[in-house]
Design a protein around this ligand. Structure first.
Ligand code: ADP
Ligand code: ADP
Length: 219
């Protein structure tokens, strides 16, 4: 069953003469195990597409559904963004634990899941550091651990490596791909980096708000 499905989806911002068609005519779906890199120029609609797939935004036409998630996407979708997204007053372990506590998991269970997720991304030793003490690559690995701790079925990452050097970017992408395989999740990553599209099996391209699926690989 598909984790997410878009049928002839459009999203327009504003009304009348000021209306901007951010995306239109989007039909796509992601099954468990799917790995997709989405590329396209700035303004082509990548962020809008991710927000729609995450259920953070609603289409102005067409339908987005999450058949395998009983159309209850919340809690089963992991989101990763480009910039710093950690809460400064909380240490690394607390940052990873917070969404699990909010979701109602017990403290014991949460501590185990958070500790394990940090170890899985290779930063178990940073558990008691504050975000301000981390490098950009370390902070982004914490953001990855925070998503993985919740065992999502759909992982959506919006230019997650935009602020990292290429070695760390490759490492973060490898962590996401490995985790998606382990969780039997679908992974969709938007990126400007062609080295990253090479690490991900499928390639979609956005252009002026439309989606071209299975664009040629850039190798
Ligand atoms: P990116 O190109 O990395 O997606 P942008 O700088 O285009 O980022 O957009 C950053 C944020 O601003 C996004 O949340 C987007 O929805 C919003 N945004 C983009 N363009 C506009 C606009 N013309 N008016 C208002 N908000 C916008
Ligand atoms: P990308 O992520 O590829 O840079 P976006 O999805 O951010 O593209 O933007 C697609 C188009 O929609 C752009 O023309 C952008 O300016 C516009 N847009 C995005 N968010 C908003 C917003 N909140 N209000 C108005 N226009 C927006």
């Amino acid at each position: 069953t598909e984790l997410v499905r878009c049928e002839n989806v459009a999203r327009t911002y504003g009304k009348g003469v000021d209306a901007v068609v951010a995306v239109h005519g989007i039909t796509c779906s992601l099954e468990p195990g799917a790995q997709v890199a989405v590329t396209g120029p700035s303004g082509s609609g990548k962020s809008t597409l991710l927000h729609l797939l995450a259920g953070l935004d609603r289409p102005t036409a067409g339908q987005v559904s999450w058949p395998a998630l009983d159309d209850e996407p919340h809690g089963r979708i992991g989101l990763i963004f480009q910039g710093p997204s950690l809460l400064p007053p909380l240490d690394v372990l607390e940052n990873v634990a917070l969404p699990l506590l909010v979701a109602g998991r017990t403290e014991t269970d949460t501590r185990a899941a958070a500790t394990r997720a940090l170890r899985d991304v290779g930063i178990g030793s940073l558990a008691r550091k504050l975000p301000e003490e981390l490098s950009g690559g370390q902070a982004q690995r914490v953001a990855v651990a925070r998503v993985l701790a919740a065992a999502p079925r759909l992982i959506l990452a919006d230019e997650p490596t935009g602020q990292l050097d290429s070695a760390m970017a490759g490492h973060v992408i490898d962590l996401l791909v490995e985790a998606a395989v382990r969780l039997d999740a679908a992974l969709l990553v938007s990126t400007h980096d062609l080295l990253i599209t090479e690490r991900i099996s499928r390639h979609w391209e956005m252009h002026d708000g439309t989606l071209r699926k299975d664009a040629p690989c850039s190798r």
